[in-house]
Design a protein around this ligand. Structure first.
Ligand SMILES: C[S@@+](CC[C@H](N)C(=O)[O-])C[C@H]1O[C@@H](n2cnc3c(N)ncnc32)[C@H](O)[C@@H]1O
Length: 249
Protein backbone atom coordinates (compact mmCIF):
# COMPACT_ATOMS: atom_id res chain seq x y z
CA UNK A 1 0.00 0.00 0.00
CA UNK A 2 1.73 3.17 -1.09
CA UNK A 3 -0.65 6.08 -0.68
CA UNK A 4 -1.16 7.58 2.75
CA UNK A 5 -4.52 8.38 4.27
CA UNK A 6 -5.38 12.07 4.50
CA UNK A 7 -3.85 13.35 7.74
CA UNK A 8 -6.62 13.96 10.26
CA UNK A 9 -7.58 17.63 10.17
CA UNK A 10 -9.03 18.01 13.61
CA UNK A 11 -6.23 16.50 15.74
CA UNK A 12 -5.90 18.85 18.74
CA UNK A 13 -2.66 20.85 18.79
CA UNK A 14 -1.84 19.86 22.36
CA UNK A 15 -2.19 16.20 21.37
CA UNK A 16 0.07 16.73 18.37
CA UNK A 17 2.74 18.21 20.64
CA UNK A 18 2.62 15.38 23.18
CA UNK A 19 2.14 12.44 20.81
CA UNK A 20 5.09 10.12 20.09
CA UNK A 21 6.87 11.08 16.88
CA UNK A 22 8.82 7.87 16.31
CA UNK A 23 6.15 6.32 14.09
CA UNK A 24 6.28 9.23 11.64
CA UNK A 25 10.04 9.88 11.83
CA UNK A 26 11.36 6.38 11.19
CA UNK A 27 10.93 4.06 8.22
CA UNK A 28 8.39 1.32 8.97
CA UNK A 29 11.16 -1.30 9.20
CA UNK A 30 13.13 0.74 11.75
CA UNK A 31 10.00 1.71 13.67
CA UNK A 32 8.84 -1.92 13.86
CA UNK A 33 12.25 -2.92 15.24
CA UNK A 34 12.01 -0.14 17.85
CA UNK A 35 8.56 -1.39 18.87
CA UNK A 36 9.72 -4.99 19.07
CA UNK A 37 12.61 -4.03 21.37
CA UNK A 38 10.29 -1.84 23.45
CA UNK A 39 7.93 -4.76 24.12
CA UNK A 40 10.70 -7.35 24.48
CA UNK A 41 12.10 -5.20 27.28
CA UNK A 42 10.88 -3.51 30.44
CA UNK A 43 7.87 -1.79 28.82
CA UNK A 44 6.46 -5.15 27.76
CA UNK A 45 7.14 -6.64 31.18
CA UNK A 46 5.15 -3.78 32.75
CA UNK A 47 2.23 -3.90 30.30
CA UNK A 48 0.11 -6.05 32.60
CA UNK A 49 0.63 -3.62 35.51
CA UNK A 50 -0.20 -0.68 33.21
CA UNK A 51 -3.45 -2.39 32.21
CA UNK A 52 -4.33 -2.85 35.85
CA UNK A 53 -3.73 0.83 36.63
CA UNK A 54 -5.75 1.93 33.58
CA UNK A 55 -8.70 -0.26 34.72
CA UNK A 56 -8.43 -2.30 31.51
CA UNK A 57 -8.52 -5.48 33.58
CA UNK A 58 -12.02 -4.46 34.66
CA UNK A 59 -13.21 -3.12 31.30
CA UNK A 60 -11.87 -5.58 28.72
CA UNK A 61 -14.05 -8.55 29.85
CA UNK A 62 -17.14 -6.43 29.09
CA UNK A 63 -16.27 -6.57 25.40
CA UNK A 64 -16.98 -10.30 25.32
CA UNK A 65 -20.39 -11.89 25.73
CA UNK A 66 -23.73 -12.48 24.02
CA UNK A 67 -24.51 -8.74 23.92
CA UNK A 68 -21.07 -7.63 22.83
CA UNK A 69 -18.55 -9.77 20.91
CA UNK A 70 -20.16 -13.19 20.88
CA UNK A 71 -17.53 -15.85 20.29
CA UNK A 72 -19.75 -18.82 21.06
CA UNK A 73 -20.29 -19.74 17.39
CA UNK A 74 -16.79 -18.95 16.16
CA UNK A 75 -14.75 -21.98 15.17
CA UNK A 76 -11.52 -20.13 14.44
CA UNK A 77 -10.44 -17.05 16.37
CA UNK A 78 -7.29 -14.96 16.01
CA UNK A 79 -5.85 -12.56 18.61
CA UNK A 80 -3.67 -10.08 16.71
CA UNK A 81 -0.81 -8.50 18.67
CA UNK A 82 -1.75 -10.62 21.66
CA UNK A 83 0.91 -9.02 23.90
CA UNK A 84 0.40 -9.81 27.56
CA UNK A 85 -2.62 -11.97 26.75
CA UNK A 86 -5.18 -9.61 28.18
CA UNK A 87 -7.69 -10.31 25.37
CA UNK A 88 -6.55 -13.89 24.88
CA UNK A 89 -7.55 -14.75 28.44
CA UNK A 90 -11.19 -13.86 27.68
CA UNK A 91 -11.10 -15.49 24.26
CA UNK A 92 -10.02 -18.76 25.89
CA UNK A 93 -12.79 -18.40 28.47
CA UNK A 94 -15.57 -17.46 26.04
CA UNK A 95 -14.77 -19.55 22.97
CA UNK A 96 -16.48 -22.88 22.40
CA UNK A 97 -14.44 -25.82 23.77
CA UNK A 98 -13.67 -27.07 20.25
CA UNK A 99 -12.77 -23.64 18.80
CA UNK A 100 -9.26 -23.14 17.39
CA UNK A 101 -7.51 -20.14 18.88
CA UNK A 102 -4.48 -18.58 17.21
CA UNK A 103 -2.45 -15.59 18.29
CA UNK A 104 0.58 -13.70 17.09
CA UNK A 105 2.83 -10.88 18.18
CA UNK A 106 5.91 -9.15 16.89
CA UNK A 107 7.63 -9.80 20.20
CA UNK A 108 8.60 -13.35 21.15
CA UNK A 109 9.08 -12.19 24.76
CA UNK A 110 5.44 -11.04 24.88
CA UNK A 111 4.23 -14.40 23.57
CA UNK A 112 6.28 -16.16 26.23
CA UNK A 113 4.97 -13.88 29.00
CA UNK A 114 1.36 -14.43 27.99
CA UNK A 115 1.81 -18.19 27.78
CA UNK A 116 3.19 -18.24 31.32
CA UNK A 117 0.29 -16.14 32.63
CA UNK A 118 -2.46 -17.97 30.78
CA UNK A 119 -1.39 -21.44 31.76
CA UNK A 120 -3.30 -22.75 28.73
CA UNK A 121 -1.89 -24.43 25.66
CA UNK A 122 -5.03 -23.76 23.61
CA UNK A 123 -3.77 -20.64 21.78
CA UNK A 124 -1.32 -21.40 18.99
CA UNK A 125 1.24 -18.61 19.07
CA UNK A 126 3.47 -17.39 16.26
CA UNK A 127 5.82 -14.46 15.89
CA UNK A 128 4.41 -12.41 13.03
CA UNK A 129 3.86 -8.89 11.73
CA UNK A 130 0.34 -7.56 11.35
CA UNK A 131 1.11 -6.38 7.83
CA UNK A 132 2.20 -9.88 6.66
CA UNK A 133 0.09 -12.56 8.26
CA UNK A 134 1.12 -16.20 7.95
CA UNK A 135 -2.47 -17.46 7.54
CA UNK A 136 -4.53 -18.53 4.55
CA UNK A 137 -7.35 -16.39 3.10
CA UNK A 138 -10.72 -16.53 4.84
CA UNK A 139 -9.80 -18.94 7.65
CA UNK A 140 -10.98 -16.99 10.70
CA UNK A 141 -14.50 -16.31 11.96
CA UNK A 142 -13.26 -13.60 14.26
CA UNK A 143 -10.13 -11.47 14.74
CA UNK A 144 -9.42 -9.41 17.85
CA UNK A 145 -7.08 -6.41 17.60
CA UNK A 146 -6.49 -4.99 21.04
CA UNK A 147 -4.38 -1.83 21.00
CA UNK A 148 -2.20 -2.99 18.13
CA UNK A 149 -3.41 -1.07 15.05
CA UNK A 150 -1.89 2.13 16.53
CA UNK A 151 1.51 0.58 15.84
CA UNK A 152 1.08 1.00 12.08
CA UNK A 153 1.74 4.29 10.29
CA UNK A 154 -0.90 3.36 7.70
CA UNK A 155 -3.63 1.21 9.29
CA UNK A 156 -4.79 -0.10 5.93
CA UNK A 157 -1.72 -2.34 5.62
CA UNK A 158 -2.83 -4.29 8.72
CA UNK A 159 -6.58 -3.97 8.21
CA UNK A 160 -6.29 -5.38 4.68
CA UNK A 161 -4.52 -8.43 6.11
CA UNK A 162 -7.23 -8.83 8.76
CA UNK A 163 -9.86 -8.62 6.04
CA UNK A 164 -8.00 -11.18 3.94
CA UNK A 165 -7.82 -13.80 6.69
CA UNK A 166 -11.46 -13.28 7.76
CA UNK A 167 -14.17 -15.37 6.11
CA UNK A 168 -16.92 -13.38 4.34
CA UNK A 169 -19.25 -12.10 7.06
CA UNK A 170 -16.56 -12.68 9.69
CA UNK A 171 -16.10 -10.03 12.35
CA UNK A 172 -13.27 -8.23 14.06
CA UNK A 173 -13.05 -6.30 17.29
CA UNK A 174 -10.77 -3.28 17.08
CA UNK A 175 -9.68 -1.49 20.22
CA UNK A 176 -7.52 1.56 19.50
CA UNK A 177 -6.07 4.66 21.13
CA UNK A 178 -8.01 7.79 20.21
CA UNK A 179 -6.64 11.24 19.43
CA UNK A 180 -7.48 12.80 22.76
CA UNK A 181 -5.33 14.35 25.50
CA UNK A 182 -5.07 11.05 27.47
CA UNK A 183 -4.58 9.19 24.17
CA UNK A 184 -1.59 11.40 23.33
CA UNK A 185 0.10 10.39 26.61
CA UNK A 186 -0.63 6.72 25.92
CA UNK A 187 1.02 7.16 22.53
CA UNK A 188 4.11 8.61 24.20
CA UNK A 189 4.47 5.72 26.63
CA UNK A 190 3.89 2.97 24.06
CA UNK A 191 5.60 4.67 21.09
CA UNK A 192 2.46 4.43 18.98
CA UNK A 193 0.13 6.80 17.14
CA UNK A 194 -3.50 7.70 17.82
CA UNK A 195 -6.61 7.78 15.62
CA UNK A 196 -9.49 10.07 14.90
CA UNK A 197 -12.63 7.92 14.71
CA UNK A 198 -13.41 9.10 11.18
CA UNK A 199 -9.93 8.27 10.00
CA UNK A 200 -10.06 4.72 11.37
CA UNK A 201 -13.56 4.19 9.98
CA UNK A 202 -12.43 5.39 6.53
CA UNK A 203 -9.44 3.03 6.67
CA UNK A 204 -11.70 0.09 7.58
CA UNK A 205 -14.10 0.99 4.80
CA UNK A 206 -11.23 1.26 2.30
CA UNK A 207 -10.27 -2.39 2.84
CA UNK A 208 -13.83 -3.79 3.05
CA UNK A 209 -14.46 -3.79 6.80
CA UNK A 210 -17.80 -2.23 7.76
CA UNK A 211 -18.29 -0.61 11.18
CA UNK A 212 -21.15 -2.48 12.87
CA UNK A 213 -21.20 -1.43 16.49
CA UNK A 214 -19.34 1.00 18.69
CA UNK A 215 -18.83 0.11 22.34
CA UNK A 216 -18.16 2.35 25.32
CA UNK A 217 -16.73 1.06 28.57
CA UNK A 218 -19.41 2.76 30.70
CA UNK A 219 -22.20 5.34 30.25
CA UNK A 220 -19.83 7.99 31.64
CA UNK A 221 -17.27 7.18 28.94
CA UNK A 222 -20.04 7.42 26.34
CA UNK A 223 -21.23 10.77 27.66
CA UNK A 224 -17.78 12.39 27.63
CA UNK A 225 -16.51 10.45 24.60
CA UNK A 226 -13.61 9.01 26.57
CA UNK A 227 -11.85 5.68 26.84
CA UNK A 228 -10.70 5.28 23.24
CA UNK A 229 -12.18 3.48 20.24
CA UNK A 230 -13.85 0.08 20.65
CA UNK A 231 -15.61 -1.11 17.51
CA UNK A 232 -16.91 -4.31 15.99
CA UNK A 233 -16.42 -4.48 12.24
CA UNK A 234 -17.58 -7.05 9.70
CA UNK A 235 -16.08 -8.23 6.45
CA UNK A 236 -18.27 -7.60 3.43
CA UNK A 237 -18.76 -4.61 1.16
CA UNK A 238 -17.67 -1.07 1.78
CA UNK A 239 -20.88 -0.26 3.63
CA UNK A 240 -22.09 3.19 4.49
CA UNK A 241 -20.14 3.28 7.72
CA UNK A 242 -23.46 3.57 9.54
CA UNK A 243 -23.04 2.41 13.09
CA UNK A 244 -25.14 1.45 16.04
CA UNK A 245 -24.08 3.17 19.23
CA UNK A 246 -24.08 0.71 22.01
CA UNK A 247 -22.73 0.68 25.53
CA UNK A 248 -21.13 -2.43 26.87
CA UNK A 249 -23.59 -3.52 29.58
C1 LIG B 1 -0.24 -2.27 23.66
S1 LIG B 1 0.24 -3.91 23.38
C2 LIG B 1 -1.33 -4.71 23.42
C3 LIG B 1 -1.20 -6.16 23.57
C4 LIG B 1 -2.47 -6.95 23.87
N1 LIG B 1 -3.42 -6.93 22.78
C5 LIG B 1 -3.07 -6.47 25.16
O1 LIG B 1 -4.07 -5.76 25.13
O2 LIG B 1 -2.50 -6.77 26.20
C6 LIG B 1 0.66 -3.94 21.65
C7 LIG B 1 1.23 -5.27 21.18
O3 LIG B 1 1.27 -5.24 19.75
C8 LIG B 1 2.49 -5.81 19.32
N2 LIG B 1 2.80 -5.25 18.00
C9 LIG B 1 3.18 -3.99 17.69
N3 LIG B 1 3.33 -3.86 16.36
C10 LIG B 1 3.03 -5.06 15.81
C11 LIG B 1 3.03 -5.57 14.49
N4 LIG B 1 3.35 -4.80 13.44
N5 LIG B 1 2.69 -6.85 14.30
C12 LIG B 1 2.38 -7.65 15.35
N6 LIG B 1 2.36 -7.23 16.62
C13 LIG B 1 2.69 -5.95 16.86
C14 LIG B 1 3.50 -5.45 20.41
O4 LIG B 1 4.61 -6.32 20.39
C15 LIG B 1 2.64 -5.54 21.67
O5 LIG B 1 2.71 -6.81 22.26
Amino acid sequence: MTSQLEPPKSKPLVGKLIESKSISRLSFTDYRETVRRHYDGLAGALLETGSLLAFHRQFVPRLFGPKSLDLSRCERILDAGSGSGQFLRHIVRRAAPNAHISCFDLSLAMLQRSRKRLKSDRPRPVVADLTRLPYRDGVFDCVVLGWVIEHLPDPRAGLAEVCRVLRPGGKALIVATESTFPGAWVSRIWKCRTYERDELRAACQAVGLRWNRVFWWTPVHALFKLGGIQVEVAKGGNGSGAETLERVR
